[in-house]
Design a protein around this ligand. Structure first.
Ligand code: ZN
Length: 340
Protein backbone atom coordinates (compact mmCIF):
# COMPACT_ATOMS: atom_id res chain seq x y z
CA UNK A 1 0.00 0.00 0.00
CA UNK A 2 1.05 3.60 -0.18
CA UNK A 3 0.16 6.59 1.92
CA UNK A 4 -0.98 9.62 0.00
CA UNK A 5 0.60 11.66 2.78
CA UNK A 6 3.97 10.11 1.98
CA UNK A 7 3.64 10.99 -1.68
CA UNK A 8 3.27 14.65 -0.88
CA UNK A 9 6.06 17.19 -1.05
CA UNK A 10 5.58 17.91 2.64
CA UNK A 11 8.04 15.95 4.79
CA UNK A 12 6.32 12.96 6.31
CA UNK A 13 6.72 13.94 9.95
CA UNK A 14 5.40 17.41 9.32
CA UNK A 15 2.50 15.92 7.39
CA UNK A 16 1.83 13.52 10.23
CA UNK A 17 1.87 16.27 12.82
CA UNK A 18 -0.36 18.45 10.68
CA UNK A 19 -2.70 15.55 10.02
CA UNK A 20 -2.90 14.86 13.73
CA UNK A 21 -3.80 18.44 14.55
CA UNK A 22 -5.67 19.73 11.51
CA UNK A 23 -6.80 16.61 9.67
CA UNK A 24 -8.69 17.59 6.55
CA UNK A 25 -7.30 21.07 6.10
CA UNK A 26 -3.71 19.93 6.49
CA UNK A 27 -4.18 17.19 3.95
CA UNK A 28 -5.86 19.53 1.54
CA UNK A 29 -2.96 21.94 1.98
CA UNK A 30 -0.43 19.27 1.11
CA UNK A 31 -2.38 17.95 -1.88
CA UNK A 32 -3.69 20.87 -3.90
CA UNK A 33 -4.73 18.68 -6.82
CA UNK A 34 -4.19 15.06 -5.78
CA UNK A 35 -6.17 12.36 -3.99
CA UNK A 36 -6.10 13.88 -0.54
CA UNK A 37 -8.03 13.19 2.59
CA UNK A 38 -10.68 15.74 1.72
CA UNK A 39 -11.19 14.15 -1.67
CA UNK A 40 -11.32 10.79 0.08
CA UNK A 41 -14.04 12.04 2.37
CA UNK A 42 -15.97 13.58 -0.51
CA UNK A 43 -15.81 10.44 -2.59
CA UNK A 44 -16.78 8.43 0.48
CA UNK A 45 -19.96 10.48 0.58
CA UNK A 46 -20.56 9.80 -3.10
CA UNK A 47 -19.97 6.05 -2.88
CA UNK A 48 -22.07 5.71 0.25
CA UNK A 49 -25.00 7.15 -1.69
CA UNK A 50 -25.28 3.78 -3.44
CA UNK A 51 -26.51 2.15 -0.24
CA UNK A 52 -28.54 3.46 2.68
CA UNK A 53 -26.15 4.78 5.30
CA UNK A 54 -26.46 2.89 8.58
CA UNK A 55 -25.75 4.63 11.87
CA UNK A 56 -22.68 3.25 13.68
CA UNK A 57 -24.49 3.21 17.03
CA UNK A 58 -27.11 0.87 15.59
CA UNK A 59 -24.41 -1.82 15.67
CA UNK A 60 -23.63 -1.46 19.37
CA UNK A 61 -24.20 -4.87 20.97
CA UNK A 62 -26.96 -5.28 23.55
CA UNK A 63 -26.91 -7.64 26.55
CA UNK A 64 -28.64 -10.18 24.29
CA UNK A 65 -25.90 -10.09 21.67
CA UNK A 66 -23.82 -13.29 21.61
CA UNK A 67 -20.21 -13.01 22.84
CA UNK A 68 -17.39 -12.32 20.41
CA UNK A 69 -15.43 -15.25 19.03
CA UNK A 70 -12.14 -16.05 20.77
CA UNK A 71 -9.01 -15.92 18.64
CA UNK A 72 -5.41 -16.57 19.62
CA UNK A 73 -2.74 -13.96 18.93
CA UNK A 74 -0.11 -16.53 19.95
CA UNK A 75 -1.26 -18.97 17.28
CA UNK A 76 -1.49 -16.20 14.67
CA UNK A 77 2.08 -15.16 15.50
CA UNK A 78 3.34 -18.76 15.28
CA UNK A 79 1.73 -19.00 11.82
CA UNK A 80 3.26 -15.65 10.78
CA UNK A 81 6.73 -16.94 11.69
CA UNK A 82 6.25 -20.27 9.93
CA UNK A 83 4.79 -18.58 6.83
CA UNK A 84 7.63 -16.10 6.32
CA UNK A 85 10.18 -18.92 6.63
CA UNK A 86 9.04 -19.88 3.14
CA UNK A 87 11.18 -16.97 1.95
CA UNK A 88 10.37 -14.02 -0.33
CA UNK A 89 6.96 -14.36 -2.01
CA UNK A 90 7.28 -12.02 -4.99
CA UNK A 91 5.39 -12.80 -8.18
CA UNK A 92 6.80 -15.74 -10.09
CA UNK A 93 9.11 -16.85 -7.27
CA UNK A 94 9.32 -20.35 -5.74
CA UNK A 95 8.34 -18.73 -2.42
CA UNK A 96 5.14 -17.42 -4.00
CA UNK A 97 4.12 -20.93 -5.11
CA UNK A 98 4.99 -22.26 -1.65
CA UNK A 99 2.93 -19.50 -0.04
CA UNK A 100 -0.12 -20.46 -2.12
CA UNK A 101 0.27 -24.10 -1.11
CA UNK A 102 0.82 -23.16 2.54
CA UNK A 103 -2.38 -21.10 2.64
CA UNK A 104 -4.40 -23.76 0.83
CA UNK A 105 -3.12 -26.54 3.10
CA UNK A 106 -4.18 -24.54 6.17
CA UNK A 107 -7.71 -23.98 4.90
CA UNK A 108 -8.95 -27.55 5.00
CA UNK A 109 -12.61 -27.74 5.88
CA UNK A 110 -13.49 -24.49 4.14
CA UNK A 111 -15.07 -24.04 0.74
CA UNK A 112 -12.08 -22.92 -1.29
CA UNK A 113 -12.18 -20.86 -4.44
CA UNK A 114 -9.07 -19.87 -6.35
CA UNK A 115 -9.39 -16.78 -8.52
CA UNK A 116 -6.52 -17.52 -10.89
CA UNK A 117 -5.69 -15.17 -13.72
CA UNK A 118 -2.86 -13.82 -15.85
CA UNK A 119 -2.10 -10.15 -15.99
CA UNK A 120 0.42 -8.00 -17.81
CA UNK A 121 1.93 -5.86 -15.08
CA UNK A 122 4.26 -2.91 -15.42
CA UNK A 123 7.11 -5.46 -15.11
CA UNK A 124 5.67 -8.01 -17.56
CA UNK A 125 3.18 -10.88 -17.49
CA UNK A 126 2.52 -12.85 -14.30
CA UNK A 127 0.09 -15.50 -13.08
CA UNK A 128 -1.80 -14.43 -9.95
CA UNK A 129 -4.11 -16.19 -7.56
CA UNK A 130 -6.56 -14.76 -5.05
CA UNK A 131 -7.49 -17.48 -2.57
CA UNK A 132 -10.96 -17.32 -1.03
CA UNK A 133 -12.11 -19.47 1.90
CA UNK A 134 -15.87 -19.42 2.47
CA UNK A 135 -17.53 -20.22 5.78
CA UNK A 136 -21.31 -20.17 5.29
CA UNK A 137 -23.39 -18.57 8.05
CA UNK A 138 -27.08 -18.54 8.92
CA UNK A 139 -27.91 -14.99 7.82
CA UNK A 140 -28.15 -13.75 4.24
CA UNK A 141 -25.04 -11.69 3.54
CA UNK A 142 -21.26 -11.88 3.63
CA UNK A 143 -18.56 -10.28 5.74
CA UNK A 144 -15.15 -10.35 4.06
CA UNK A 145 -11.86 -10.33 5.96
CA UNK A 146 -8.93 -9.82 3.61
CA UNK A 147 -5.18 -9.40 3.41
CA UNK A 148 -2.43 -9.86 0.84
CA UNK A 149 0.25 -12.54 0.81
CA UNK A 150 2.71 -11.41 -1.91
CA UNK A 151 5.97 -9.57 -1.31
CA UNK A 152 7.53 -6.89 -3.51
CA UNK A 153 8.99 -7.78 -6.89
CA UNK A 154 11.39 -4.79 -6.78
CA UNK A 155 12.89 -6.30 -3.59
CA UNK A 156 13.47 -9.70 -5.22
CA UNK A 157 17.24 -9.52 -4.88
CA UNK A 158 17.06 -8.90 -1.14
CA UNK A 159 16.08 -11.01 1.85
CA UNK A 160 12.77 -9.11 2.25
CA UNK A 161 10.17 -11.47 3.69
CA UNK A 162 7.43 -9.04 4.74
CA UNK A 163 6.79 -10.38 8.25
CA UNK A 164 4.39 -7.54 8.99
CA UNK A 165 3.65 -6.62 5.35
CA UNK A 166 1.87 -9.71 4.04
CA UNK A 167 2.83 -12.06 6.89
CA UNK A 168 0.86 -10.61 9.80
CA UNK A 169 -2.46 -10.63 7.97
CA UNK A 170 -1.95 -14.19 6.69
CA UNK A 171 -1.14 -15.32 10.25
CA UNK A 172 -4.33 -13.81 11.63
CA UNK A 173 -6.57 -14.86 8.73
CA UNK A 174 -5.41 -18.47 9.11
CA UNK A 175 -6.09 -18.31 12.86
CA UNK A 176 -9.60 -17.08 12.04
CA UNK A 177 -9.94 -20.01 9.63
CA UNK A 178 -8.90 -22.36 12.47
CA UNK A 179 -11.66 -20.97 14.62
CA UNK A 180 -14.36 -20.97 11.94
CA UNK A 181 -13.56 -24.54 10.97
CA UNK A 182 -14.60 -25.65 14.46
CA UNK A 183 -17.26 -22.97 15.02
CA UNK A 184 -19.11 -22.12 11.80
CA UNK A 185 -20.54 -18.57 11.74
CA UNK A 186 -23.88 -18.16 13.50
CA UNK A 187 -24.58 -14.89 11.69
CA UNK A 188 -23.45 -13.68 8.28
CA UNK A 189 -21.21 -15.87 6.15
CA UNK A 190 -17.53 -15.08 6.55
CA UNK A 191 -15.20 -15.16 3.58
CA UNK A 192 -11.46 -14.95 4.09
CA UNK A 193 -9.69 -13.48 1.06
CA UNK A 194 -5.94 -13.81 0.53
CA UNK A 195 -5.19 -11.34 -2.23
CA UNK A 196 -2.29 -11.56 -4.66
CA UNK A 197 -0.42 -8.80 -6.46
CA UNK A 198 -1.08 -6.07 -3.92
CA UNK A 199 2.44 -4.72 -4.22
CA UNK A 200 3.66 -2.57 -7.11
CA UNK A 201 5.87 -4.41 -9.61
CA UNK A 202 7.97 -1.29 -10.31
CA UNK A 203 6.63 1.85 -8.62
CA UNK A 204 3.23 2.36 -7.00
CA UNK A 205 0.69 3.93 -9.34
CA UNK A 206 -3.04 3.35 -9.75
CA UNK A 207 -2.20 0.97 -12.61
CA UNK A 208 0.79 -0.77 -10.99
CA UNK A 209 -0.75 -1.97 -7.71
CA UNK A 210 -3.57 -4.02 -6.14
CA UNK A 211 -3.82 -6.32 -9.19
CA UNK A 212 -5.58 -9.13 -7.33
CA UNK A 213 -8.06 -6.85 -5.60
CA UNK A 214 -8.95 -5.17 -8.91
CA UNK A 215 -9.55 -8.55 -10.56
CA UNK A 216 -11.71 -9.92 -7.75
CA UNK A 217 -13.71 -6.74 -7.21
CA UNK A 218 -14.54 -6.64 -10.93
CA UNK A 219 -15.66 -10.29 -10.80
CA UNK A 220 -17.81 -9.64 -7.76
CA UNK A 221 -19.41 -6.70 -9.49
CA UNK A 222 -20.15 -8.83 -12.57
CA UNK A 223 -21.54 -11.88 -10.73
CA UNK A 224 -23.59 -9.96 -8.15
CA UNK A 225 -21.46 -10.93 -5.14
CA UNK A 226 -20.63 -7.27 -4.42
CA UNK A 227 -24.22 -6.45 -3.47
CA UNK A 228 -24.24 -9.34 -0.94
CA UNK A 229 -21.13 -8.14 0.92
CA UNK A 230 -22.16 -6.26 4.06
CA UNK A 231 -18.63 -5.24 5.02
CA UNK A 232 -15.06 -5.68 3.80
CA UNK A 233 -12.33 -5.47 6.44
CA UNK A 234 -8.82 -5.26 5.10
CA UNK A 235 -6.01 -6.22 7.49
CA UNK A 236 -2.58 -4.82 6.66
CA UNK A 237 0.55 -4.24 8.78
CA UNK A 238 -1.27 -5.39 11.90
CA UNK A 239 1.61 -7.16 13.63
CA UNK A 240 3.77 -4.15 14.56
CA UNK A 241 4.95 -4.48 18.17
CA UNK A 242 4.07 -0.81 18.61
CA UNK A 243 0.53 -1.01 17.23
CA UNK A 244 -1.47 2.11 16.38
CA UNK A 245 -4.21 1.92 13.78
CA UNK A 246 -4.74 4.84 11.43
CA UNK A 247 -8.09 6.44 10.76
CA UNK A 248 -7.72 5.45 7.12
CA UNK A 249 -9.42 8.14 5.08
CA UNK A 250 -10.77 6.09 2.16
CA UNK A 251 -12.56 3.76 4.55
CA UNK A 252 -16.36 3.96 4.60
CA UNK A 253 -17.14 6.35 7.47
CA UNK A 254 -19.94 4.39 9.20
CA UNK A 255 -17.99 1.13 9.01
CA UNK A 256 -14.82 2.74 10.34
CA UNK A 257 -16.90 4.03 13.27
CA UNK A 258 -18.21 0.52 13.94
CA UNK A 259 -14.59 -0.71 14.14
CA UNK A 260 -13.54 2.26 16.25
CA UNK A 261 -16.43 1.75 18.70
CA UNK A 262 -15.49 -1.94 18.94
CA UNK A 263 -11.98 -0.84 19.92
CA UNK A 264 -13.37 1.50 22.58
CA UNK A 265 -15.57 -1.21 24.09
CA UNK A 266 -12.42 -3.33 24.42
CA UNK A 267 -10.56 -0.40 26.10
CA UNK A 268 -8.09 -0.32 23.21
CA UNK A 269 -8.33 3.41 22.42
CA UNK A 270 -4.57 3.73 22.98
CA UNK A 271 -4.03 1.57 19.88
CA UNK A 272 -6.00 3.89 17.60
CA UNK A 273 -3.92 6.94 16.77
CA UNK A 274 -6.85 8.68 15.00
CA UNK A 275 -4.45 10.06 12.36
CA UNK A 276 -6.67 10.73 9.33
CA UNK A 277 -4.48 9.14 6.69
CA UNK A 278 -5.48 8.43 3.09
CA UNK A 279 -3.82 5.13 2.14
CA UNK A 280 -4.11 3.38 -1.20
CA UNK A 281 -4.54 -0.32 -0.57
CA UNK A 282 -6.50 -3.44 -1.54
CA UNK A 283 -9.75 -2.01 -0.18
CA UNK A 284 -10.11 0.63 -2.92
CA UNK A 285 -11.28 -1.61 -5.80
CA UNK A 286 -13.98 -3.10 -3.55
CA UNK A 287 -15.03 0.35 -2.40
CA UNK A 288 -15.28 1.35 -6.05
CA UNK A 289 -17.92 -1.34 -6.65
CA UNK A 290 -20.05 -0.06 -3.75
CA UNK A 291 -18.90 -2.33 -0.92
CA UNK A 292 -18.48 -0.73 2.55
CA UNK A 293 -14.76 -1.06 3.37
CA UNK A 294 -12.27 -0.46 6.16
CA UNK A 295 -8.49 -0.63 5.97
CA UNK A 296 -7.30 -1.62 9.43
CA UNK A 297 -3.67 -0.61 9.12
CA UNK A 298 -0.71 0.72 11.07
CA UNK A 299 1.52 2.59 8.65
CA UNK A 300 4.07 3.75 11.20
CA UNK A 301 6.26 0.65 11.43
CA UNK A 302 9.46 1.53 13.25
CA UNK A 303 10.51 5.16 13.69
CA UNK A 304 9.16 7.12 10.69
CA UNK A 305 7.97 3.83 9.14
CA UNK A 306 11.62 2.74 8.80
CA UNK A 307 10.98 -1.02 8.62
CA UNK A 308 8.33 -0.79 5.89
CA UNK A 309 9.49 -2.34 2.60
CA UNK A 310 12.96 -3.05 3.98
CA UNK A 311 14.79 -6.20 5.03
CA UNK A 312 14.12 -5.08 8.61
CA UNK A 313 10.50 -6.22 8.27
CA UNK A 314 11.16 -9.40 10.27
CA UNK A 315 9.15 -11.28 12.93
CA UNK A 316 11.10 -9.76 15.83
CA UNK A 317 9.48 -6.39 14.97
CA UNK A 318 6.04 -7.98 15.38
CA UNK A 319 4.35 -9.50 18.43
CA UNK A 320 1.68 -11.97 19.46
CA UNK A 321 0.20 -9.21 21.61
CA UNK A 322 -0.38 -6.92 18.62
CA UNK A 323 -1.98 -9.75 16.69
CA UNK A 324 -4.18 -10.43 19.73
CA UNK A 325 -5.25 -6.78 19.80
CA UNK A 326 -6.15 -6.88 16.12
CA UNK A 327 -7.87 -10.24 16.53
CA UNK A 328 -9.98 -8.88 19.39
CA UNK A 329 -10.96 -5.79 17.39
CA UNK A 330 -11.92 -7.96 14.42
CA UNK A 331 -13.93 -10.34 16.62
CA UNK A 332 -15.77 -7.50 18.35
CA UNK A 333 -16.45 -5.87 14.97
CA UNK A 334 -17.91 -9.15 13.65
CA UNK A 335 -20.07 -9.30 16.77
CA UNK A 336 -21.29 -5.74 16.17
CA UNK A 337 -21.99 -6.26 12.47
CA UNK A 338 -24.08 -9.31 13.33
CA UNK A 339 -26.39 -7.30 15.59
CA UNK A 340 -28.24 -6.18 12.44
ZN1 ZN B 1 3.91 -3.52 1.11
Amino acid sequence: MISDLRRSAVPFLLAAVMAATLPAVACRGSHPSGTDATAAAQSNTQSSAQRPEPRPEDFDPTPATPAAIKLSGEKAFATLKEFVQLGPRYLGSPGHAKAEQYILSHLEGAQIEQDQFNVVTAAGPFAMNNIIAKFPGKKDGIIVLAGHYDTNLPLKDTTFIGANDGGSDVGLLLEIANHLRQHPPEGYSIWLVFTDGEEATITWTDADSVYGAKHLAHRWQQDGTASRVKAFLLLDMIGDKDLHFEHEAYSTPWLYEVVRRAGSRLHLDAHFNDRYAPIQDDHLPFRDVGIPVVDLIDLDYGFDNLYHHTTQDTPDKCSAQSLQITADVVAETLRALNTR
